[in-house]
Structure formats: C-alpha cells, structure tokens
Design a binder for this molecule. Sequence first.
Ligand SMILES: O=P(O)(O)OC[C@H]1O[C@H](O[C@H]2O[C@H](CO)[C@@H](O)[C@H](O)[C@H]2O)[C@H](O)[C@@H](O)[C@@H]1O
Length: 374
Amino acid sequence: MANQNGLIQETKTEKLEVVAAKKPPVPPGGYSTISRKQLLQNLEVNSGGRINSWVDSMRASSPTQINSSTSLLDDQSSWMVHHPSALGMFGDIINASKGKQIVMFLDYDGTLSPIVEDPDRAFMSDAMRATVRKLARHFPTAIVSGRCRDKVYSFVRLAELFYAGSHGMDIKGPSKGSNYKKGDQAVLYQPASEFLPMIDEVHKALLDKTKSTPGVIVENNKFCVSVHFRCVDEKKWTELAQQVKAVLKEYPELSLSQGRMVLEIRPTIKWDKGKALEFLLESLGYTNCADVFPVYIGDDRTDEDAFNVLRERGQGFGILVSKVPKETNAAYSLQEPAEVMVFLRRLVEWKKLTLRRQFRMRRRIEELKMSLAI
Ligand SMILES: O=P(O)(O)OC[C@H]1O[C@H](O[C@H]2O[C@H](CO)[C@@H](O)[C@H](O)[C@H]2O)[C@H](O)[C@@H](O)[C@@H]1O
C-alpha cells in the first residue's frame, strides 16, 4: 500500500499454511500473479507525480546523527522506556525464555556489521563471526538479509547457519556442522523464482538509467534490486528518484520499499522477512509449538515484518538496533553491532552455565542412585 510518502509499504499477508521443507507451497495467490488492487497501487506509485514525497522519504530514511537538543534527548529517554536495552533487561529476557527453545534470527547489515559507504565492504569482524559460531552451537541460528544469499554467505562464512537472502525470498538450511540439520536435506525455498529474469532486466535498466548520477550504486540481490543513494549528493536525489520511477513504470509487478539510504525494488508477492521467520520455525519443527522462543535482531524497516510476526504470535521478541528513536514493533533495543555482540556472548555464556549446572545435577542424581543401590 502506498504510504503518505508515496512509497510502497510491505503489505500485510495472511498466515501461511504449515510447510514441509522439501515441498514448498505456492504462496497464497500464486507465485507471480498479484491482485488487481496491488497492481493499481503500483501503477499509482509508478505513474503519479510524487517525486517530492519520494525525496522527503529518502531524506527521512536514515537518521544517523544523535542530536543533543533537549527535546530529542527527552524523546530518546521516553523511547527507551518503551524499548529498553536488551542488555539491561537480560535477566528478564532469560526468565521469559525458561523451558523454551531459543531460536535466533539475525539481520546482517547494521546488525552484525557496521554500516559503511561501500556495500561491498560491509565486512563483519572476526570477533563477531566467532560469537555467531558459538551462538549456533547452542541455538538454531538464521541470518535474514536483504542481500542475495550468496553475498551474505560470503561475508558470514558459517556453514552451520540457516540463510534467508533477498529479504527472505531465498532460504537455505545449514550445509554442514549444525545440530539442527535434518538428514542431508537443506531447506530450500524460493517463492519468487519466476521473477529472476525480470529482476535481471530491471537491474540492467536501472544501471543504465542511473549511470549519469554520480555516487549511485545499483546492487543485484538476485530476487530484488537495491539502489543505494548514500554517496549521492542530496541535490541529485530528485533526479535519481525520477530515474528509478521511470524504470519502475514499466514493471507494475514490482514494488518499492525503503531501507537505510537505499531504495529496494522487489516482486509484489506476499513474502517478507516475517514470512521467512515463520517458514524457518516450521522447518525446524516448531509449528504450533508453545515451547519456542524466537529472538529476531535487526536494524531496518524491512525487519519490522519479522518483529510484527513475533508480536502477533506472542512468542519471543524483536530487538531493534538503533541509536535513535524509531517507530518499531520490537520490544527491546541495542545501540549498535558492538552491543549486539555483547548480547549474543551473554546468551552463549548463560547457556553454557545452564548446561554445566544440568550436567552437575545429573551427576549428583546418578551418584545418589548408586549410593542408594549399595
Ligand atoms: O537486511 P540487511 O542484511 O540489513 O540488508 C539490507 C541492505 O543492506 C545493505 O545496505 C545497507 O548497508 C550498506 C553497507 O553498510 C550501506 O552502504 C547501505 O547504505 C545500507 O542500506 C545492502 O547493500 C543492501 O543490498 C541490503 O538490501
């Protein structure tokens, strides 16, 4: 649906039926067909004269500076009351998860790696990789990213994880070394595969159309395309919006959303990071399971779909990574990737302690049984 800024927002989608990892279902409404209503909404955005609203929205998309004016500091503290630090609330979080299986979902950019100007150089640190590796030993762990799956894998390089690339439209299970891998089957689900040729075409068209705009980066994310404007002079944003709009006009089956200094073009299908989260939970065998505690950590607007799913299910919670107050459905917050790493380490330490305690307890029971038997 077009919001007041003229940008397409992710549409709400109905709940998917339980899916078997081997045989993915056709999403409700089919793979590539979109409703007439959605088609008209896309056409409206693609043909309407709303460039100024686009540009306003581009401006609002990535507040990176912490302004220290009194009212903003007030906003910050009242926001923190509603979305307290996941580090400060660690004890409460652990208590809420007691007796349940924690499942971890991690966004990549801005969550595991700091935001940088060049998307090709958004490397995660070795320390973060080691932390995620330990995390995956104790909890099923998935990376859910807007990037194409191969690209995000080339950054993370951990075969024991689940990966959901292209905003969840390309899902694959662990290739080795996971406690949560079922037999030899890697989960694989690509609900937008019919869009591959179209996305390639649009990628080329966008490269061509925007080549006169200095600083723009057009990234092919396999099932979606990202148009980065982080390095584009603000004076050129209107021109860039016009260029993107001119290309999109020819593709009413595609819609536009926005991330941090990036315009995201993707198929209009009822699939997003929230659907990917549900698919992965089902693949792990947690369908209709009350004893699961999913934790999703992300920094972007596209992560809100996953935060929403958790809120609606009343299971687990979302953690927004942000230094500034943002409207969010996440329950908790962390300021930056460095804090994410501390949080993940604490989870691992807590789990190791629990396992040691359980081991000691079992050993004591065995000893007691033996002494009674004598
Ligand atoms: O879902 P994510 O893993 O967070 O991916 C969302 C987009 O992330 C990348 O762009 C963002 O990070 C870049 C590197 O730090 C930064 O330069 C850019 O401004 C950010 O928007 C990625 O390049 C996109 O393809 C993803 O869609």
